[in-house]
Design a protein around this ligand. Structure first.
Ligand code: SF4
Ligand code: SF4
Length: 718
């Protein structure tokens, strides 16, 4: 991992009386240490990647405290770690991206929730929902409900978030339930400060080992017949215990309101800041959060405490519930609580707010407008009505002017990405063999689903591409291609895909991108990350990292894969030929192509400082750049359609007799060579040139350069 968390690690060491400044997710990380956590694990994914990344880099400090840190191979293995807290009084925390990570972890979570825990368990999930999300739009809430896990959704304010971590462990211990702490994207990145406390070295730890295993206790197994007892314990003991703790500790907050205190708002804690921003649009709240309406903040969204909710609703003119996402679990439970108490307070929620999608300030303001117009029209300023109407009118005007909705701006692969050439080769191979069905996967290569490649018929989960073609490939005339990253391969693909295909003798083609990292989640190291030990004469590391790690290949061979090729990704012709062979060979079993090429983002992070240090020492530095000879470019732009590199673009044709723009390579080219490789493989116009930019050139090179320049001048005069 190349990103350094040096400063963040310093923040983790802050003690009593010092002030922590920083992002929400780092505050959560610090709070884990203040809570005396014994072990931490997880699988990275936005928006919570930093938690584990920082912990992994802080291992020497974690060792001092005795805290064990495990970078798990997937979310299931992270969830299974929590088994340590079933018997032993040790606190544990794991983290991942939800909803996808929770899906993967679901089996272990069910088996953990059934017997319950002794030591406090906190599962920190990044609720990747709404604008900026990168996964399916579902709610973690469903898992808390079905398995019986408490769900925290803290108000995004650093002291409150830290408080909820510390109380979350206590809640888990008081109720014997695992506790999920969900953090939306904005909560992870909210900045603020809090007064730190000393970190607590856990009692049982790597520094103070548990002397003996606990006695055998069948009740602690998620195994019949005791699972029937567990089910009863959940409803008869654990949930009531959790409700008692939530009430006694005041985990949910009520703000009384002022001139409109007879109107109530109930809000998920994570939405509180946006709600205050929306109320400000009506002049109903100030910048410090003082609201005219009464607000009940659910920092714990499950289990709900019916008595507290009905107490808040009793006597109100009306109540609006702000619950993001669907289904409306909280609204249904609240309506039931009101009904059971025979309370007639009008309850609104999804009837005034959208059923799905992020509740931004504007969305909430629209819901508040409907609520206030119904129950307190005098509280609606004309300016707010105009603001909302103005926003809608502007959007409509833009759409009318364009004639279409605003064009999407999808993300793309980095400049020089090693995965791009493979999709160029795939385009070319399909020209020969015909179109093939392509099973896509999660990872940077999923960006090939956008233009100019538009590749991938399905994405069924991380590492699932080979498994997801099992029903398709027997029905297709041509062979199906499954595309997978090395991150996905280790996360899931090896077992669900490769093992299954071999066992069933499937005629399948798998292409694995071996770029050396789980790049899409933040370029974390994996088991096949190449060793980084090469040194130059001055002792500098990292100048000539060579991909020699054969972990994937040896694993595949060990499992029995017989048709296996490793091809460098930038060798487009060779990749095209290998793909064509895989699609047409008489070999009927699993065919695997390992596409080898280091993640360019990581490569640049590695070599740029090294090149700068060489240059500063006066040593020779050579950089490769590609360019387009505008006199030769025929204006066809096939190179752009075949590459998609952001630095390969268009400019006005300098020839006054031609109208078509020419291709051009703008600043930023990293000299990956794909332009040249594509030009050869697809027999494009010969307009690309390769230039070597040499700094601190030696005297023979400078002399040669002067002679060449003089010769050029002579020829130009001739
Ligand atoms: S992070 Fe690496 S693998 Fe992902 S798009 Fe960028 S260069 Fe390619
Ligand atoms: S060589 Fe071509 S594909 Fe590679 S970075 Fe430069 S412009 Fe992009």
């Amino acid at each position: 991992m190349e990103v350094s968390f040096h400063e963040e690690i310093k923040a983790l060491r802050l003690g009593q009386g010092q002030t922590f400044h920083g992002e929400g997710i780092l505050a959560i990380t610090k709070a884990l240490l203040q809570s005396g956590v014994s072990y931490v694990g997880g699988y990275q994914g936005a928006p919570v990647s930093h938690l584990l990344d920082v912990m992994v880099q802080a291992r020497p400090y974690m060792d001092e405290l005795g805290v064990h840190v495990e970078a798990c191979s997937n979310e299931a293995s992270a969830a299974a770690m929590l088994g340590a807290s079933i018997h032993y009084p040790v606190r544990g925390a794991v983290t991942w991206k939800s909803i996808v990570g929770t899906n993967v972890a679901a089996d272990a979570l069910s088996n953990l929730s059934s017997p319950g825990v002794t030591g406090g368990v906190l599962i920190v999930v990044g609720e990747d929902y709404g604008e900026g999300a990168s996964v399916i739009q579902e709610r973690t809430h469903a898992f808390a409900l079905k398995s019986g896990m408490c769900l925290l959704d803290p108000r995004p304010d650093l002291p409150q978030m830290v408080h909820m971590v510390e109380k979350g462990f206590e809640l888990s211990e008081a109720s014997h339930m695992p506790v999920i702490l969900e953090l939306r994207i904005r909560a992870c990145h909210v900045r603020g400060s809090f007064e730190a406390r000393d970190n607590v070295a856990p009692h049982w730890s790597k520094q103070n080992l548990i002397p003996d295993p606990t006695r055998f206790d069948y009740m602690r197994l998620a195994h019949p017949p005791v699972t029937f007892v567990h089910e009863k314990l959940k409803s008869q003991e654990r949930i009531p215990a959790a409700r008692r703790f939530i009430t006694e500790q005041g985990l949910n907050e009520t703000f009384a309101g002022s001139e409109h205190a007879d109107l109530g708002l109930i809000v998920q804690g994570g939405l509180y800041n946006t709600l205050i921003r929306s109320l400000q649009q009506f002049g109903l709240a100030d910048a410090f959060g003082q609201s005219s309406l009464a607000i009940h903040v659910l920092n714990v969204t499950w289990p709900l405490v019916p008595e507290a909710l009905t107490r808040f609703c009793a006597g109100k003119q009306a109540v609006l519930l702000l619950e993001e996402g669907q289904p409306e679990y909280i609204e249904q439970e609240l309506a039931l609580a009101l009904r059971r108490q025979d309370l007639q307070t009008p309850l609104h929620g999804k009837d005034m707010l959208p059923s799905g999608g992020e509740y931004t300030a504007e969305v909430m303001a629209s819901g508040l407008m409907a609520f206030l117009e119904r129950h307190r029209p005098s509280a609606v300023p004309e300016s707010t009505r105009q603001w909302l109407q103005g926003n809608a009118a502007r959007r409509q005007a833009v759409q009318q002017a364009l004639g279409t909705p605003l064009p999407a701006r999808p993300p793309g692969m980095c400049i020089g990405c090693p995965e791009r050439p493979v999709f160029s080769a795939l385009k070319l191979a399909q020209q020969d063999v015909g179109p093939v069905h392509i099973s896509g996967d999660i990872g940077c290569h999923a960006l090939a689903t956008f233009e100019p490649f538009s590749v991938g018929h399905s994405i069924l989960g991380y590492g699932m591409s080979l498994a997801s073609r099992a029903g398709v490939s027997p029905l297709m005339k041509r062979r199906v291609l499954s595309v997978m990253g090395d991150g996905g391969f280790w996360h899931n693909g090896l077992l669900t895909g490769v093992q299954s295909a071999l066992f069933n003798g499937d005629d399948a083609v798998l292409l694995i991108f071996k770029n050396g990292y789980t790049s899409a989640t933040g370029t974390q190291d994996i088991i096949n990350t190449p060793e980084d030990t090469a040194k130059d004469a001055a002792g500098d590391k990292r100048q000539s990292l060579v991909h020699t790690n054969q972990t994937i290949e040896s694993t595949l061979k060990g499992l029995g894969v017989q048709w296996l090729r490793t091809v460098h990704t930038y060798h487009v012709e060779e990749m095209k030929a290998t793909l064509t062979e895989a699609f047409t060979t008489g070999f009927q079993g699993l065919k695997v192509i390992v596409a080898e090429g280091e993640c360019q983002l990581e490569r640049q992070r590695r070599i740029k400082p090294w090149l700068a240090s060489l240059q500063a020492r006066g040593e020779r530095v050579e950089r490769v750049k590609y360019g387009v000879d505008e006199d030769v470019c025929n204006g066809d732009h096939a190179c752009i359609r075949l590459s998609g590199c952001p630095t390969l673009t268009l400019k006005d044709n300098p020839d006054p007799l031609k109208v078509d723009p020419v291709a051009t390579v703008i600043d930023g080219c990293v000299g990956c060579g794909l332009c040249g490789a594509n030009a050869h493989a697809a027999t494009l116009c010969p307009s690309f040139y390769r230039a070597e930019v040499v700094q601190n050139a030696r005297w023979p090179e400078r002399l040669k350069g002067r002679l060449q320049a003089a010769a050029r001048r002579l020829l130009q005069k001739a």
